[in-house]
Design a protein around this ligand. Structure first.
Ligand code: GLC
Length: 577
C-alpha cells in the first residue's frame, strides 16, 4: 500500500520525471516501477558542504544557498548525514537529542526552510536514522548509568561486574578496540560497538523501539521523504554475549548483528511508521548473505525498499589496488541476485570511505578527469539506485594528510593511539591513512578558487585540499567538458532511459582484465557500455557490432573506434535494435 501511495504522490509532485521516461518507453514496459528505483541520490556531508556564518563548519543555511546547484545536477534525492544535536565525537553519529538540530548546523527553522526549498525544486530529503546507539550525553544514557534501578537502565546493554568480565567484543572506534566500558557508578560494563561515547541501545526493550518509532514519526510528520538506517544490522544481537569462536572476525556481521529479531523489528517499524508515510527506506549494509539481503528488501515481506551492500566498496580497501576481474564478479553477482526481486543501491563512495577517484580510478593529474568520468558512467548505467557522494562530481581527490594532527576522524585518531600504545609502526599507519582515512572524503567542498575554496570565510574545521585552485565548481560549471558537466549529462542520460534502471544486465568479455563491458536491454532498447579501467590503451571485443549505433555518452571528445579504448575511456552506445 505504501508503495502505491509513494508512486502516486511522486507522479503528482514531479511530472517531469515521469513524462521524460514515458516519452521513451511505455510506463508498463518494466514491471514494478517505483520512484525510488529511478531516483539518483546525492549524499551531502553537511559539515563540509557550505558554511554560511564563518565559523568554519558547514551548515543548513549553507546548503540552502546551494539549492539551485543541487537542482542543476539533475538529482532527485538528497541523503543528509546526521544534523541532530550531538557532542560530535563521531561527527553527528552520536546523537544527544533526536528532535533538535545541532547548533553548529543551525536551527529547526533553518531545517524547515531547507526542506521547503528542496521540495519546491522537486528534490526529496532522506535523513540519517542513527539508532543502533545514542551519544553517552543523551538523557536516556545519563539516566541509565545513574543507577541499576533507573527506569532507563534497560535502554542499553549493561553487564554487572559481579558476573565477571564480559566476553570480548571488538569495537570499531575504541582506542583498545574493546566494546565493553567499565563504569564505576554502578559497577557494570556497557556495550559500545563504536566509540565509548556511542553506547548501544537495547532493541529487545519494546520501550526503546517505541521511542524510535516516535522519533521517526516526528520527522515524517515534518514531511521528510525517507530514512537511511545507520548501522542497522547491528541492532539485533545475541544479548547473552557468549564468547565468540575463533575466526569470528571474518564474518563480523554474523556474530555482531543480524540476529533473528532484526526482521521482527523492521516489520514492526513497517506497521508503525513505513505503512503510514510515503518514505524511501534504505539499510546501511545488507547482512552477511544474499538471503539476509533479500529478506530485508523482498517487497512481499514489507520491510525496507533497498539494501546497501558493502562488498563492492570493501574490495578497494588495499592501497595496492584491486582486480577488475573481482570487481566485475562482485557487481555481476549482486546484479543477478536481485535481477528478479528486491532492490539494491549502487555506489563507490560515501563519507566512510576515501574519495572515489583515489580508490577506484586514478587521481594523478593526467587521469583524474577521465577516470572520474568513467566511474560516473559505471554508476549511472548499472541497475540499482545510484548513491553519489558530494564532491565526486568535481573529481575531488584524497587530501593525504601527513600528520596525525590534521585528522579529525575518531576512527583515524583512536586507531593511531592504538598503534602507538601497542608499540606499532605509526609511520606505516599514517601512510595507510593517506589512502584509507574517512577524512579524505570529508574535506570541504571546493566551490571556487578564492580562499578556503569558497567553503567558509573563517577557519575550516578540517583543511581544504590545496588542489582547490584547480578543482572547483565555479571553474567546472562553465567548462562543457568538465567532470561536473559530464556528471550532469550522465544523470540526464539515466533519467531519459529507464532501461538503464531496469533493463536486463549482461556481462561481456568476463575475463578481460582491463575493460568492463556490459549491455542493458529492455523496453525496446539495447545499450552497450564499455569502460577501460586502466591507464593504458585497452582492447575490447564484445562481439557486438556497433555499426549504426548511436553514441549516447563518451568521456573523450571523439570516441574511439574499432575496439581500441584510450586510458579510462568510457563509451555508452544505443545499439540498433
Ligand atoms: C555508520 C556511519 C558511520 C558511523 C557509524 C557509527 O557506519 O556511516 O559514519 O561512524 O555508523 O554510527
Amino acid at each position: 500500500m505504501k508503495q502505491l501511495i509513494a508512486t502516486a504522490i511522486f507522479f503528482i509532485g514531479v511530472p517531469v520525471f515521469v513524462v521524460s521516461s514515458c516519452a521513451q518507453s511505455p510506463v508498463n514496459t518494466f514491471p514494478d516501477r517505483q520512484w525510488w528505483k529511478e531516483a539518483v541520490v546525492y549524499q551531502i556531508y553537511p559539515r563540509s558542504f557550505k558554511d554560511s556564518d564563518g565559523d568554519g563548519i558547514g551548515d543548513l543555511q549553507g546548503i540552502i544557498s546551494k539549492l539551485d546547484y543541487l537542482k542543476s545536477l539533475g538529482i532527485d534525492v538528497v541523503w543528509l548525514n546526521p544534523i541532530y544535536e550531538s557532542p560530535n565525537d563521531d561527527n553527528g553519529y552520536d546523537i544527544s537529542d533526536y528532535r533538535n538540530i545541532m547548533k553548529d548546523f543551525g536551527t529547526m527553522e533553518d531545517f524547515d526552510a531547507l526542506l521547503k526549498g528542496m521540495h519546491q525544486r522537486h528534490i526529496k530529503l532522506v535523513m540519517d536514522l542513527v539508532v543502533n546507539h545514542t551519544s553517552d550525553e543523551h538523557d536516556w544514557f545519563k539516566q541509565s548509568k545513574s543507577s541499576r534501578n533507573n527506569a532507563y537502565r534497560n535502554y542499553y546493554h549493561w553487564w554487572n561486574a559481579e558476573k565477571g568480565t564480559p566476553a570480548y567484543r571488538w569495537s570499531f572506534f575504541d582506542v583498545q578496540h574493546d566494546a565493553w566500558k567499565f563504569d564505576t557508578a554502578t559497577n557494570a560494563y556497557y556495550l559500545h560497538y563504536f566509540s565509548r561515547k556511542q553506547p548501544d541501545l537495547n532493541w529487545e526493550n519494546p520501550q526503546v523501539r517505541k521511542e524510535v518509532h516516535d522519533i521517526m514519526k516526528f520527522w515524517a510528520d515534518k514531511g521528510i521523504d525517507g530514512f537511511r538506517m545507520d548501522a542497522f544490522q547491528f541492532v539485533a544481537k545475541d544479548t547473552t554475549f557468549p564468547p565468540l569462536p575463533q575466526g569470528y572476525e571474518k564474518n563480523i556481521i554474523q556474530y555482531y548483528g543480524m540476529a533473528p529479531g532484526l526482521h521482527d523489528y523492521i516489520k514492526e517499524m513497517y506497521s508503525e511508521v513505513f505503512s503510514k508515510y510515503p518514505l524511501m527506506t534504505v539499510a546501511e549494509g545488507s547482512g552477511s548473505t544474499f538471503e539476509d539481503a533479500h529478506n530485508l528488501v523482498d517487497p512481499e515481506r514489507h520491510e525496507l525498499n533497498m539494501a546497501y551492500p558493502f562488498e563492492g566498496i570493501d574490495l578497494a580497501s588495499d592501497p595496492k589496488g584491486y582486480s577488475l576481474l573481482t570487481f566485475k564478479k562482485v557487481f555481476s553477482r549482486w546484479d543477478s541476485a536481485f535481477a528478479r526481486k528486491g532492490w539494491l543501491s549502487i555506489f563507490l563512495a560515501n563519507h566512510d570511505n576515501a574519495r572515489m577517484v583515489s580508490r577506484y580510478g586514478n587521481d594523478t593529474p593526467a587521469f583524474r578527469e577521465a577516470s572520474s568520468k568513467m566511474l560516473t558512467t559505471f554508476l549511472m548505467t548499472m541497475r540499482g539506485t545510484p548513491y553519489y557522494y558530494n564532491g565526486d562530481e568535481l573529481g575531488m581527490i584524497n587530501i593525504k594528510f601527513s600528520s596525525i594532527n590534521d585528522y579529525r576522524d575518531v576512527q583515524t585518531i583512536n586507531g593511531y593511539k592504538n598503534v602507538k600504545d601497542n608499540g606499532g609502526d605509526t609511520l606505516q599507519y599514517l601512510a595507510l591513512q593517506q589512502y584509507a582515512s574517512r577524512d579524505n572524503a570529508r574535506t570541504p567542498f571546493q566551490w571556487d578558487a578564492t580562499a578556503n575554496a569558497g567553503f567558509t570565510s573563517g577557519r575550516p574545521w578540517i583543511n581544504v585540499n590545496p588542489d582547490y585552485t584547480n578543482v572547483n565548481e565555479s571553474a567546472q560549471t562553465n567548462d562543457p567538458n568538465s567532470v561536473l558537466n559530464y556528471f550532469r549529462k550522465a544523470v540526464a542520460l539515466r533519467k531519459r532511459n529507464p532501461v538503464l534502471v531496469y533493463g536486463k544486465y549482461t556481462l561481456l568479455e568476463k575475463n578481460n582484465p582491463a575493460v568492463y563491458a556490459y549491455t542493458r536491454e529492455g523496453g525496446g532498447k539495447k545499450i552497450l557500455v564499455v569502460l577501460n579501467f586502466t591507464a593504458q590503451p585497452a582492447t575490447v571485443k564484445t562481439g557486438i557490432s556497433t555499426g549504426g549505433a548511436k553514441i549516447l555518452l563518451c568521456n573523450y571528445s571523439i570516441p574511439s573506434k574499432d575496439s581500441q579504448l584510450r586510458p579510462y575511456e568510457a563509451i555508452v552506445y544505443q545499439l540498433k535494435y
